[in-house]
Each structure stands twice: as structure tokens, then as C-alpha cells.
Design a protein around this ligand. Structure first.
Ligand code: IMP
Length: 422
């Protein structure tokens, strides 16, 4: 079954672990959006590995790992990531990189930092140039991975783009930087990547026709979607199901199942509304227990209760079939677990999730308290051994959001996953 795996919150749901758990049965694993703003933490042969752009398929020698055309690529970073993966003993002969993936260029990173440091647009981005790179795509100025393979044409294209950016930088009081060194390094990276560069849309189409099993690996989370997230505090791609099709060139008919990943609580990095946020000592305790520090930037994550209003929104917009609920063990000691079940705005109760940040800023969550299980879940392997309180907690969530919880994460290891089949 071709399966899409998506984050249902603001990213960092534990997709790395979930995808790693699911990836074993697939012939193809493809990333379709985002870039090296993502950080998927997995354990390979007992070692912690953080993947940023490489798909989880790289761990399986018979699996084709695809970076499709919806992903923005910083070639120097990708070369580093490939070298690090090779140092782990992985050959990466099974890696395909789209010739049509837009490039993240030095200007993009510079502009991301300029905007973040200005008082006009502080989003709390990863400062990796993701937003400006996607801006160039919709502005019809972008350069692509395939451009790196034609040195003299690349030099001409980037010089023309530099004229545009230098005018912009001058307006912000930043001097133009000498590009020659960067151009040289980009071209070297292009040569390094050349054996992997291909038409991934054709490759994926062929894989689908040959009935190979495809896993679509989402990055970030649904509430960070450029169109359906908490705008403007979002990333610049479609992190929801829509991104699968524009980002790979496959049709909706190629998807059989959608698995949504959610933590048993909520976290967010960067700015933006977070109605169920816990700003107190208890929040700090959850942060410490869940080790909630960014895989990409090391930033402490904001922490809060699971918000079922937001989760239902994410389940509905993505058509989620099964939920993978991660980090349930972080709640092990709690006598009472809260979940937000409605929002109050100006004294009125609302069931719907308002996307735009200004509306969301005005809501106060209404909580339902559920009994905790107060025992350690880490060693449980079978669903039938789960405490009754965990079962009731799961039932409550499933009924509220309208999707079933199929997997539970109860620890960092791949084996600390409980599959509920009944
Ligand atoms: P950008 O993607 O770097 O432009 O950042 C935009 C917003 O998305 C910021 O709030 C980031 O913290 C957030 N973000 C981007 N990538 C991730 C991720 O992989 N996990 C969690 N948050 C992310």
C-alpha cells in the first residue's frame, strides 16, 4: 500500500522514528517538500542519526531513496549529509535527486537572516533560506539542481539573479557579496551529486506502474502548511497531503493510505500562536522529560497539552486513515492528562480551528481531564498489555478526531512501538 506519512502538529512529532518503523516494507521512500529545515532523528545500529534532506530509505539497501522535485536543496549541505551517511557505512547508491528540485542559493540564506533580524517579519525560521528559495519558485526566478550540471549556463543564470538580489540587499543596507567562491563550491557540489541527479517524476511514475510500494515522507507538520497552517507563522511549502502531488508529480490515485503522526502532547518551535501552551514549571518538566530541543537548531521547544481541535483539523484536511501517536511514555507519571476539546472566543464556544494567527491568538482552550496510567509503558510490546487508562485515552482521541490510532510510540527505539491491530 502506497503510504503518506505526515506530521499533524507543528513538526517534531517524531516522524523520523515513525517513518523508520514503517519504512522497512517499502521499495521506494520519497521526500516531497521542505528542505534541510527538517531534522528527522533515527537510531541506526544503536547510533543516533539526524537526517535533514536524505529520505529514511537510505537505511535499506534495496529501497530507492528519492528527493523529489518539491524539495528545496542546498547542495553543499546535501553533500555533507551524504558524506556523513557514507561514514556510517551506507553506500547511498540507491539515492535519486530530482533535476527539477529548486536550489537554495547563498542569497536565500542571507535574506532569511535579514528578515528574521528585522522587525518586519519575525517568524522564528530555521534561517536556512527555505522561505526565500520557495519565493523564487513562485516568483519564476528559481534555479534548479539540473542547472548545476551545466557550469557556464549556471554562471550566467546566477549572475542575473545576483543583480536582483543585490538591489534588494542594498535596500536593506547590506553590501553585495562576492559570489565567485560560492559559485565554485556549488559547481563542485553539482559534480559530486551528478550520479544521483535524474528525472524523479518519471522514476516515481515507473515505480508506481511497476506496483512498487512507495512511502511518501512528510517533513514539518500540517499546522505549518503555507496555505492551511497558522499563517504567517508557517513554513513556505505544503506540508499537508496537497504537497505530495505537486512535489512528486504522482496523482492522488497513487496514494492508498495516509498515516498522521502526532505526539501525545504538543510542541512548537519558532513564533506563532499555540493555544494549549504550558508556560509554567510543568511545561518545563514536560520539555525536559520529552527532551524537547530542536534536532536542526537545538532551540528549546515550546510545550503544551494535546490540542484535539487542532488535531481534528489536521486529520480532516489530510484524510488521515491511521494515527501514529508518539512519545506516550513522556506522560507516564501523570495522574491527570489534559486535552483541549474546544476553543472559547469572546465567551463563545467554538469547535473549529481558525487557521490565521490573529484569530487563533484570541482563543482560550477548553480542557477535558483524562486519568493518567501512572506506570512505565516503555517495555510493553503488545496492545493487549496496555493499561486500561491508556485504552480509554486512545478511545477518547479516536472518537473526537475521527481516525483510529494504529501505532503507539513508547520510547526512542524502533522496537518501542506498539501496533494496535484490533
Ligand atoms: P522555515 O521553514 O525555516 O522557514 O521556518 C518557518 C517555521 O517553521 C518556523 O516556526 C520554524 O521553527 C518551523 N519549522 C521549520 N522546519 C521545522 C521542523 O522540521 N520542525 C519544526 N518546526 C519547523
Amino acid at each position: 500500500m502506497n503510504t503518506v506519512v505526515l506530521g499533524l502538529q507543528w513538526g517534531d512529532e517524531g516522524k523520523g522514528k515513525a517513518i523508520d518503523y514503517l519504512a522497512g516494507g517499502f521499495d521506494v521512500v520519497t521526500r516531497f517538500q521542505g528542505g534541510h529545515n527538517a531534522g528527522h532523528t533515527v537510531y541506526y545500529r544503536g547510533q543516533k542519526v539526524v537526517l535533514h534532506v536524505l529520505p529514511s530509505g537510505i537505511f535499506y539497501p534495496d529501497c530507492l531513496a528519492v528527493i523529489a522535485s518539491g524539495v528545496v536543496v542546498q547542495p553543499l549541505q546535501l553533500v555533507d549529509e551524504i558524506r556523513n551517511a557514507r561514514a556510517l557505512g551506507l553506500t547511498l547508491q540507491n539515492l535519486a535527486l530530482s533535476e527539477n528540485a529548486p536550489l537554495i542559493l547563498p542569497f536565500h540564506q542571507q535574506l532569511d537572516v535579514i528578515f528574521e533580524d528585522s522587525r518586519y517579519q519575525r517568524i522564528g525560521t530555521t534561517r536556512r533560506g527555505i522561505g526565500p528559495a520557495y519565493e523564487d519558485v513562485v516568483g519564476r526566478r528559481a534555479l534548479f539542481v539540473g542547472d548545476l550540471l551545466h557550469a557556464s549556463a549556471f554562471r550566467g543564470k546566477i549572475a542575473r539573479l545576483a543583480e536582483y538580489y543585490n538591489r534588494l540587499f542594498a535596500a536593506y543596507g547590506h553590501p553585495a557579496e562576492d559570489l565567485e567562491y560560492a559559485v565554485q563550491r556549488y559547481l563542485e557540489a553539482g559534480e559530486f551529486l551528478r550520479p544521483h541527479v535524474t528525472d524523479t517524476t518519471r522514476l516515481l511514475q515507473e515505480s508506481w506502474q511497476e506496483k512498487k510500494k512507495i512511502l511518501f515522507e512528510g517533513a514539518q507538520g500540517s499546522l505549518l502548511d503555507i496555505n492551511l497552517g497558522t499563517y504567517p507563522f508557517v513554513t513556505s511549502s505544503n506540508t499537508t497531503i496537497a504537497g505530495v502531488f505537486s512535489g512528486t508529480g504522482l496523482s492522488p490515485k497513487a496514494v492508498d493510505r495516509v498515516v498522521g503522526i502526532s505526539k501525545a502532547y504538543a510542541t512548537r518551535v519558532g513564533e506563532g500562536p499555540f493555544p494549549s501552551e504550558l508556560k509554567d514549571d510543568f511545561g518545563a518538566l514536560l520539555r525536559a522529560r520529552g527532551n524537547e530541543f530542536g534536532a536542526t537548531t537545538g532551540r528549546p521547544r515550546r510545550v503544551g497539552w494535546l490540542d484535539l481541535v487542532a488535531l481534528k483539523h489536521a486529520v480532516q484536511i489530510n484524510g488521515v486513515d491511521d494515527i501514529f501517536l508518539t512519545k506516550l511514555d513522556v506522560l507516564d507519571d501523570l495522574a491527570e492528562i489534559r486535552v483541549a476539546t474546544a476553543y472559547e472566543v469572546d465567551g463563545e464556544r467554538r469547535a473549529a480551528f481558525p487557521c490565521h494567527a490573529e484569530a487563533l491568538d484570541r482563543v482560550t482552550p477548553v480542557y477535558q481531564a483524562l486519568p493518567g496510567w501512572q506506570c512505565s509503558l516503555g517495555a510493553i510490546e503488545r496492545a493487549q498489555d496496555l493499561p486500561r487508562a491508556v485504552r480509554s485515552y486512545i478511545d477518547f482521541i479516536e472518537t473526537f478526531v475521527g481516525a483510529r490510532i494504529r501505532y503507539l510510540g513508547v520510547g526512542g527505539e524502533r522496537r518501542q512501538t506498539i501496533e494496535i491491530t484490533d
